[in-house]
Design a protein around this ligand. Structure first.
Ligand SMILES: N[C@@H](CCC(=O)N[C@@H](CS)C(=O)NCC(=O)O)C(=O)O
Length: 100
């Protein structure tokens, strides 16, 4: 399966999809905040622990223009990275996306 298809499937199959790296402190901040969103449909992919992680990262960069991790999607919408996530949580945008 192509990297692009894997990325699309993960985004489609989960309310929250986080493309992460296990050692990334920004990813850790987001992962720690996820339980407060009270969602059961959450998928976290640790790209640094996957053999095709670089291909998935390339595909994400092509799709979103964002190469960094975390790369977060909610209900199919690209949220962005850690800073974007917390800014959008503050503004109420995350709650809005979760209700879609
Ligand atoms: N401002 C970004 C910072 C994210 C960041 O710098 N992530 C690093 C890992 S800690 C990264 O993606 N580096 C490039 C890479 O791993 O390929 C955010 O808020 O998400």
């Amino acid at each position: 399966m192509s990297a692009a298809k894997i990325v699309e499937d993960v985004i489609k199959a989960n309310v929250i999809a986080v493309f992460s790296k296990s050692y990334c402190p920004y990813c850790t901040r987001v992962k720690k905040a996820l339980p407060s969103l009270n969602q059961s449909s959450i998928k976290i992919l640790e790209l640094d622990e996957m053999s095709n992680g670089s291909e998935l990262q390339n595909s994400l960069a092509e799709k979103t223009g964002q190469r960094s991790v975390p790369n977060i999607f909610i209900n199919g919408t690209h949220v962005g990275g850690c800073d974007d996530f917390f800014a959008k949580q503050k503004s109420g945008e995350i709650e809005k996306l979760l209700k879609q």
